[in-house]
Ligand binder design. Structure first.
Ligand SMILES: CC(C)(COP(=O)(O)OP(=O)(O)OC[C@H]1O[C@@H](n2cnc3c(N)ncnc32)[C@H](O)[C@@H]1OP(=O)(O)O)[C@@H](O)C(=O)NCCC(=O)NCCS
Length: 160
């Protein structure tokens, strides 16, 4: 995904704007809706989704963008955080989603392109995110030109 220098939204794309803390409840509702569907089938309790969104928005150097329809209803969101690295800093996507009824209309692409524009402007070296290797989101990231790090791996341990 190359850093674009001009407007990323195509004609007909819902309006994109920066996300603000007051958007947290609507972003949380959209997140619950986007992640409830396959392949994730996640059942986010309302309060926990709100916590998740507020946690990210409260981080230093958080970045948020939302997509709305003409009536101001939230259709999509992207939450990211700029993090320090040896070379400078990089932008990590924490959450991205589009409500099911609005998917495949270019909203996810527009949100990612906006992130790239902003990250480039801020001087970030790269954008990255962690996700499942397979599934529709993998096709989405591939469509944007994002590549998988062949040396990458996720590590973790169950505590309960
Ligand atoms: C992944 C997601 C953000 C994509 O947003 P979107 O607005 O639907 O995506 P776009 O319309 O911009 O799609 C751009 C391209 O990505 C690919 N793509 C997107 N969704 C796809 C799907 N379900 N299956 C296959 N390819 C897909 C296609 O190449 C598509 O272009 P096309 O529609 O011309 O074929 C959205 O499907 C979503 O919110 N999913 C649930 C939450 C999620 O998975 N978040 C990411 C977790 S890591």
């Amino acid at each position: 995904m190359t850093p674009p220098s001009s407007a990323a939204s195509s004609a007909g794309t819902p309006r994109l704007r920066p996300g603000v803390p007051e958007d947290a409840p609507e972003i949380a509702a959209a997140l619950r809706s986007a992640l409830a569907a396959p392949p994730w089938n996640e059942d986010w309790p309302e309060a926990r989704a709100l916590d998740r969104v507020r946690e990210i928005l409260g981080m230093p150097r958080a970045y948020a963008a939302v997509a709305e329809d003409g009536n101001g209803a939230m259709l999509g969101y992207l939450l990211a955080v700029a993090q320090s690295s040896a070379a400078g800093f990089q932008m990590r996507v924490e959450e991205i989603g589009v409500v099911p009824m609005a998917q495949r209309r270019g909203i996810g692409t527009a949100l990612m392109r906006r992130l790239v524009e902003e990250s480039y402007r801020m001087g970030a070296d790269c954008i990255w995110l962690a996700s499942a290797a397979d599934g529709p989101q993998a096709a989405f990231y591939a469509s944007l030109g994002l590549t998988r790090n062949p040396r990458g791996a996720l590590y973790g341990a169950m505590l309960r």
